[in-house]
Design a protein around this ligand. Structure first.
Ligand SMILES: [Zn+2]
Length: 285
């Protein structure tokens, strides 16, 4: 039986750091996850600028949805937060200060695994405050072109995730994954190791545009017209990574329970769903 989430809020037991290159900028940066008091949530801090800037990891602070999630506050941003954010929250940490020395969070191994290991190295401690979660109370969905992101209520307060990675071209195979209960164990084993998705026919064009500069062959699952190119960690790694991105994006609501379903959705639609849920929660208050 997998361990249930703790009933009280948590933070990391000590500060831990990791240094690497950003996915899109390819520039070196360093992250440090530090303990934070109950009620803080997860907050990023840009520490490479003359003045320290705090950027809350909340849906209201999303600055860009283009191929990654970027947060921005008072004109200062931090890019590609979704993989570290998913790791911190869904491994079980409610409160943390994530310092970033650079404009982008390092890519790590292209998945959330690097950051899961970092949180495990730090350890998790309980705080004196009862843990609260945002419950999906009524179905909410958003659509764009053929894609769709849905949140449904669940009867048992769990976090459930399904994702369909829709074939990009005719003749290619679609992938579907379903996680009936995203416990920390399920997240660590089945979702966190899935790497960033790249399309073989897009890689050169992205680099020309100055994107994906930090990704090598090992940090991405490359989808070609006849299946994966190179090695994969799961037979459905692309769908698992998209489920990971969805979990990273809904982490901008804090802890949530409900059934989240993505059908061909990406960051922009995930953010729209999170905004719709945030508005629905405000109305219910
Ligand atoms: Zn991703």
């Amino acid at each position: 039986m997998a361990a249930r989430l703790l009933e009280r809020e948590t933070t990391v037991a000590r500060a831990v750091s990791y240094r690497g290159r950003g996915l899109h900028t390819g520039r070196p940066s360093r992250v440090t996850i530090r303990p934070a008091p109950a009620g803080t949530g997860i907050v990023f801090a840009r520490c490479d600028l003359p003045r320290r800037h705090m950027i809350p990891a909340r849906i209201d602070f999303v600055g860009t949805s283009r191929r990654a999630t970027g947060l921005s506050c008072d004109g200062v941003g931090v890019l590609t937060v979704e993989h570290i954010l998913a790791a911190v929250l869904w491994v079980g940490v409610d409160n943390a200060l994530i310092e970033v020395e650079g404009e982008e969070v390092p890519l790590g191994d292209g998945s959330s695994r690097t950051f899961v290991e970092l949180v495990e190295e730090a350890g998790i401690v309980e705080l004196e405050r009862e843990r609260r979660a945002l419950r999906v109370r009524t179905p909410v969905w958003v659509t764009r072109d053929e894609a769709c992101a849905i949140a449904l209520p669940v009867e048992d307060d769990v976090l459930r995730v399904s994702f369909t990675f829709v074939a990009a071209k005719p003749g290619m195979r679609s992938e579907h994954v379903h996680f009936n209960e995203v416990t920390p164990e399920v997240f660590k084993r089945d979702i966190a190791p899935a790497r960033t998705v790249g399309f073989q026919w897009e890689v050169a064009a992205l680099r020309e545009k100055g994107l994906a500069l930090g990704v090598g062959q090992d940090e991405a699952v490359i989808v070609g017209e006849n299946g994966y190119v190179g090695h994969s960690r799961f037979p459905d790694e692309a769908a698992r990574h998209k489920a990971l991105d969805l979990l990273g994006d809904i982490a901008l609501l804090g802890r949530v329970s409900g059934h989240f379903i993505g059908i061909g959705s990406g960051h922009a639609l995930n953010h729209e769903l999170a905004r719709a849920l945030s508005r629905a929660a405000e109305r219910a208050m």
